[in-house]
Write a protein that binds this ligand. Structure first.
Ligand code: SAH
Ligand code: SF4
Length: 389
């Protein structure tokens, strides 16, 4: 049996090369790409402007296949979360967050993660494997056309686009799965695919310094950096990668990135951990760091209330403390937001429990565990409560 080539694995140039291999001109690749990424077509017979001979050729050699969906839940606030099967009992999650003027999709790039941050349940799972291009872009492909089907919106450029922004903030460290991530990003930006502007695509990294430079040269999308600490001693304990790329190197990399970035600031993410990194002193140390004449960088802060899980031994900072911390940063002149959470009722807060779901058969186990945790830690376990600003 010959294995079919999954066309979702190709960036625009690779699709041209693939079509050339079939004796087809580049404009055919463009047509094919529009069918795939603008119309969500998976069936070659529906591609009516391609010659029948080409369609027949494609049918015997190629396919258009995104990873299959294990579960699909919509929250009362409209947040929709899919759990996506990536084989061998691994699942990753994709979350759609609708807002008034935009729709944001949060996608995953790895099953598990090797960075092993102390406060992250994905890290606690260990590293399973890198996702392929079709598994990464397949999350956007599946979600965009599934959302349109649900709302009865036609596919193609005439139908109203559902996903206007993408954030690579799901499971995994995107810069440690570099090539497939870059290929997926190129498709997101391509006018014959999703046509998103670089400002509307954000990659979040724990700070893989050499890859930040590489990204700035290949596809400089908006960058979010998971800082979580105001000094090296503290960050070493929270983000183990800091031992390899300490703050001095990370800040310098952020500065270099800004020269190529679509926005004139870096977003620093900061997970608020009770009694660990959340004092006014820490906030003042952060101000000094980002205003340092040598290390300093133009930035915004996004404070993320920690989403607790028992094995972490950590607690979320209390809301007044988060506000107090934000106030110190704002008084120091930094634009600071506190992340609101959405989809609490379907655990879409931040990938918290997906790590518990290693395969379909464990969904029941997960629900039981959730009940057990709720008994142990209170009804709010696993939720981030929205903080009014
Ligand atoms: N690996 C990348 C992107 C995925 S994590 C990174 O670390 O940036 C996306 C964001 O969620 C990161 O800022 C991460 O630190 C944060 N995060 C992870 N676990 C969390 C938790 N339990 N509560 C709150 N935020 C968390
Ligand atoms: Fe990996 Fe990001 Fe989790 Fe750290 S926070 S373990 S880098 S997914």
């Amino acid at each position: 049996m010959t294995t079919l080539t999954n066309l979702l694995d190709f960036d625009p140039a690779q699709l041209v090369a693939y079509c050339a291999g079939l004796g087809e001109k580049p404009f055919r690749a463009k047509q094919l790409q529009r069918w795939i990424h603008q119309f969500g077509a998976a069936d070659f017979d529906s591609m009516t402007d391609l010659a029948k001979s080409l369609r027949d050729k494609l049918k015997t050699r190629a396919e258009i296949r995104s990873p299959s969906v294990i579960s699909d839940n919509t929250s009362t606030d409209g947040t929709r979360k899919w759990l996506v099967d990536v084989g061998n009992g691994n699942a990753v999650e994709t979350v759609f967050i609708p807002e008034e003027n935009r729709g944001t999709l949060c996608i995953s790039t790895q099953a598990g993660c090797a960075v092993n941050c102390r406060f992250c349940s994905t890290g606690k799972q260990g590293f399973n494997r890198n996702l392929t291009v079709s598994e990464i872009i397949g999350q956007l492909w599946m979600a965009e056309f599934e959302l349109r089907r649900t709302k009865g919106i036609e596919p193609g450029p005439k139908g109203e686009r559902q996903i206007t922004n993408v954030v690579m903030m799901g499971m995994g460290e995107p810069l440690l799965n570099f090539e497939p991530t870059v290929t997926a990003l190129k498709l997101m930006l391509d006018d014959n695919a999703y046509g998103l502007s670089r400002r509307r695509v954000t990659l979040s990294t724990s700070g893989v310094v050499p890859m930040m430079d590489k990204l700035s040269q290949e596809v400089p999308v908006a960058l979010a950096v998971s800082l979580h600490a105001s000094n090296d001693a503290l960050r070493d304990g929270l983000v183990p990668l800091n031992k390899k790329y300490p703050l001095r190197d990370l800040m310098a990399a952020c500065k270099r990135y800004l020269a190529f970035a679509p926005r004139d600031f870096i977003t620093f993410e900061y997970c608020m951990l009770d009694g660990v990194n959340d004092t006014d002193e820490h906030a003042r140390e952060l101000l000094a760091l980002v205003n340092d004449p040598v290390l300093g960088v133009s930035c915004k802060f996004n404070l993320i209330p920690f989403n607790p899980f028992p094995e972490s031994g950590l607690l979320r900072s209390k809301n007044p403390r988060i506000k107090g911390f934000a106030q110190v940063l704002m008084d120091g002149g930094l634009v600071t937001t506190i992340r609101k959470t959405r989809g609490d009722d379907i655990d879409a807060a931040c990938g918290q429990l997906a790590g518990e779901v290693q395969d379909r058969t464990r969904v029941q186990e997960r629900m039981e565990k959730m009940d057990e945790y709720k008994k142990k830690f209170g009804a709010n376990f696993g939720r981030i409560v929205e903080i009014a600003s």
